[in-house]
Design a protein around this ligand. Structure first.
Ligand code: GLC
Ligand code: GLC
Length: 641
């Protein structure tokens, strides 16, 4: 409810005066004049947006202005406490806001324990990260979590404590600083859709404390859960049906994912403020990028799918506005594994500057299976370009399953029946389709809905167990797309030495029923030991990827995200152009199992002389080009006027 006096004067200016008075009183902020001046300048720039967003979310509440005031004071305190080195970084990145769009950016992701035992072990691997060329390191969730059931750390019991098995917060801070000194940005998850059931807030809610019961979606009986479940899909049906679980006292709590992951209630501004505090705490430890987990699910509304609601965007923008005040160099990466239209809506400089590119990921696998690039070509032409000031994170696979998230309507335009096609892809990747090379396993196979996703390492999905040259070529072909379409390429560490599926997961406590662990192997020591021996499969994969990294870093056209389509007139050959300054890199990738031609006529829009940027050799385009099976070419070409 808005007070009449506020309406008369303009709600925003009155709110602004109210907040400024509180800032001037400065209770408990403890800042010096310089910090204060910087904050006030940012406040002038960003308060209008924060006000609008916060008011949109919580303006119906009597206490909205006090809540907003507290939020700004909390941001001011966090800024005052921000370490000097990070303030320096804030200033530096303000002048170089496109830093993450460089063609030298390369991401890697790993589990701290599985890859290196603990944070100290990660520190010891920095020389290797530099050898590989990493500039971005995503450490999978490393916070206090229930054991052994923690969804790989995605159930957080405290955002301010490192899991003691992995180290301490001091070690995380030191690691962040050392990575930064080595040119590597630290990425951690912000798991803000839910906490674990062992989080202090959840314990208090379970004990019946009303203030904390309001932190979650808890209902006295099944009536609201039944009503919500009319329109909400099941995410982990193997774990529990529907989206709610019952508590010992008979109440029901919303759990989109596992039973021990309780969804937070963002219609309560206390939750927003509390989580903004956790976010700024992480920022001040030296985290550069927050991976915003499960963004699609953060707002619920009866009668809707409770995914991708407009308020989810408002919330992300509000979190972003808080960062602009208190930790301006921090970036968000969206994890939205949903319809491609919806994925794109999270990508905005004022929302998430980075986003996983799940469509490209899925369609790389689709093209490898079908040997036909039409869906991938269509996606690149239609869905690749995103706003200035943002970038894709392009990957071949992640720690999660592969879901076939292409749009049914896009497929229909190409005469493809999406339902049948997904069935084909699932059977292909679990090796039930005759002639399949893949060694994947099903994830959340749901006979009721026909839904199924795929688990497997890159090497196993490409069939490297057979030890064939073709499998190595598939691995490199897949990565060539992620490395050259535009955005930050992200490697799942260990894949660069061709790690296989790890079936031991079935015997690990807490992992047995979740097939995603098949593609989260322990550090593949033997593969790494052979990485310098190109005659081994590990060495061949490593050499191929290393070469791609260095060629990419030396090819300025591959910076940024902008892509222009290129029709190859050959359904087996993918083509796209990456425009640079006057020149263009034309990428061609042959997904078929035999040589394929791109004709001289098709290439006639370019001058006859081109340079293969991988080898430096000159190539003539006026006789057409033949690509060997699974070969990719990156050619610097000159468009004819
Ligand atoms: C994200 C994570 C996934 C996790 C889920 C719940 O989708 O990638 O691993 O299970 O969120 O936190
Ligand atoms: C997790 C799951 C994935 C699901 C997604 C929704 O990433 O692994 O299958 O679609 O959450 O965001």
């Amino acid at each position: 409810m808005i007070e009449p006096a506020l309406v008369a004067d303009g709600v925003d200016s009155e709110a602004r005066r109210h907040v400024l008075r509180a800032l001037a009183a400065g209770t408990g902020i403890g800042w010096d004049g310089a910090d204060r001046a910087v904050f006030e300048e940012r406040f002038d720039r960003h308060f209008p947006a924060l006000f609008r967003l916060f008011h949109e979310l919580y303006g119906v509440r009597q206490d909205w202005l006090d809540q907003l005031t507290d939020l700004v004071l909390q941001s001011a305190r966090s800024w005052a406490e921000r370490p000097a080195a990070l303030k320096g970084l804030d200033a530096e990145r303000e002048h170089n806001s496109g830093w993450f769009q460089s063609n030298t950016m390369l991401g890697g992701v790993c589990y701290v324990d599985r890859y290196a035992t603990d944070l100290e072990g990660i520190r010891a691997r920095i020389p290797y990260f530099k050898e590989l060329g990493l500039t971005y390191l995503h450490l999978m969730p490393l916070f206090l979590a229930p054991e052994p059931h923690s969804d790989g750390g995605y159930a957080v019991s405290s955002y301010r404590d490192v899991n003691p098995r992995l180290g301490t917060m001091q070690q995380l801070r030191d690691l962040a600083a050392e990575l930064r000194a080595n040119g590597i940005s630290l990425v951690v998850d912000f798991i803000f859709n839910h906490t674990s059931d062992e989080h202090e807030w959840a314990r208090k809610a379970a004990a019946g404390e009303p203030a904390y019961s309001d932190y979650y979606w808890i209902f006295p009986d099944r009536s609201m859960p039944d009503a919500f479940e009319q329109t909400v899909r099941e995410i982990f049906p193997d774990d529990h049906p529907g989206s709610f679980v019952d508590l010992p006292d008979g109440r029901w709590v919303w759990t989109t994912f596992h039973t021990f992951q309780w969804d937070l209630n963002y219609s309560n501004p206390d939750v927003f403020r509390a989580m903004a505090g956790e976010m700024l705490f992480l920022a001040n430890q030296g985290v550069d990028i927050l991976r915003m987990d499960a963004v699609a699910f953060i707002w619920k509304q009866l009668g809707t799918p409770c995914e991708n609601l407009p308020e989810a965007h408002t919330l992300l923008q509000a979190f972003n506005a808080v960062c602009r005040l208190a930790a301006p160099s921090l970036l968000f990466k969206s994890e939205a594994i949903v319809h491609p239209d919806e994925v794109a809506r999270y990508i905005d400089p004022a929302e998430c500057q980075l986003s996983y590119n799940p469509l490209q990921m899925a369609l790389i696998w689709e093209a490898l299976a079908t040997r036909d690039v039409s869906l991938l070509t269509q996606a690149l032409e239609r869905r690749h370009n995103i706003p200035d000031g943002t970038a894709w994170v392009n990957y071949v696979r992640s720690h999660d399953d592969i879901g076939w998230t292409f749009a049914d309507e896009d497929a229909a335009e190409l005469g493809i029946n999406a339902f049948e096609h997904r069935r084909f892809l699932n059977s292909f990747y679990v090796n039930r389709f005759p002639g399949s090379f893949a060694r994947g396993v099903p994830f959340q196979d749901n006979p009721r809905t026909g839904d199924c996703r795929i688990s497997g390492t890159t090497a196993s999905l490409c069939g490297l167990e057979g030890g064939t040259a073709a499998a190595v070529e598939r691995i490199l072909l897949a990565h060539s797309v992620a490395f050259s379409t535009g955005g930050i390429p992200l490697l799942y560490l260990g894949d660069e030495v061709g790690q296989f599926n790890d079936y031991e997961y079935a015997a690990e406590e807490g992992h047995g029923t979740d097939s995603r662990w098949v593609h989260r192997p322990h550090y593949p020591a033997a593969g790494y030991a052979r990485r310098a021996e190109p005659e081994t499969t590990a060495g061949a994969v490593f050499a191929g990827l290393r070469r791609m990294v260095s060629v990419r870093s030396a090819t300025p056209e591959l910076a940024g995200t902008r892509l222009v389509g290129f029709v190859t007139n050959n359904p087996g050959v993918l083509g796209y152009q990456r425009p640079g300054n006057g020149t263009v890199v034309l990428a061609l990738a042959n997904f078929s199992d035999g040589p394929q031609e791109v004709t001289a006529v098709t290439l006639s829009g370019f001058a006859a002389d081109a340079v293969d940027v991988q080898t430096g050799a000159h190539v003539r385009l006026d006789a057409g080009l033949v690509l060997e099976a699974r070969q990719f070419l990156w050619l610097r070409v000159t468009p004819r006027p």
